[in-house]
Design a protein around this ligand. Structure first.
Ligand code: ZN
Length: 205
């Protein structure tokens, strides 16, 4: 059973981003956490087919050179920092949080040669030290507006689609993961979002 109050993340914290900046046309942004993983090539193929750009928040422990990171960047997607190994950072002292984020950032940057501007805390858990560490490293902290709950809905992927569509709103950042059940519903999800009149954008749109 899913607690639907967790689908929409409502925050007045000015230090975190949950929505795209105001713009013209109705737009949402797709984000994929916890890669780079095995289904990444399938996600990239679907996004390419639909001509959509998205953001990927990666754990640096998974970032071995065989993953198609170059394709991710060539296709115009964003690679963000999702920590080294997905610890709950809010339980760590400041200097440990800073060390973790710094190591993850350096690992992504040294592989890709591209600056990492965005950070998403594991489990969405953070405190003022987390934000301060990210800021010190020149990264903005990005949460989400709509949680797809895809990690809980392995056996019922259509629910992933329904939750997102039921909560669609302009500028919403949508939380997805690099998971097989997400791949399964991704084409339908994109079609439904387009049908509802939305474009797909990124934070720097
Ligand atoms: Zn995660």
């Amino acid at each position: 059973m899913v607690d639907s109050t967790r689908v929409v993340y409502d925050s007045n914290d000015k230090n975190i981003i949950t929505m795209l900046p105001p713009g013209g046309k109705k737009t949402v942004m797709l984000t994929f956490d916890d890669g780079p993983g095995r289904v990444l090539p399938e996600i990239l193929a679907i996004l390419q087919e639909e001509e959509i750009k998205a953001a990927f928040f990666w754990q640096s422990r998974l970032l071995h050179p065989g993953r198609p990171w170059r394709k991710v960047l060539d296709h115009g997607h964003i690679i963000g920092n999702h920590s080294c190994s997905h610890k709950n950072l809010a339980r760590l002292p400041f200097h440990d949080q800073l060390a973790d984020l710094s190591r993850c950032k350096e690992k992504i940057e040294s592989l890709t040669g591209q600056k990492v501007d965005y950070f998403r805390p594991p489990f969405g858990q953070y405190n003022s030290d987390t934000i301060a560490a990210a800021n010190q490293l020149g990264m903005e902290t990005v949460l989400w507006r709509i949680a797809s709950l895809d990690w809980e809905l392995k056996d019922d992927p259509v629910m992933i689609l329904n939750y997102v569509i039921d909560h669609l709103e302009d500028r919403a950042i949508i939380l997805l993961h690099e998971l097989p059940q997400t791949v399964e519903i991704l084409p339908a999800l994109i079609h439904e979002i387009k049908k509802a009149g939305y474009d797909f954008g990124l934070l720097d749109r």
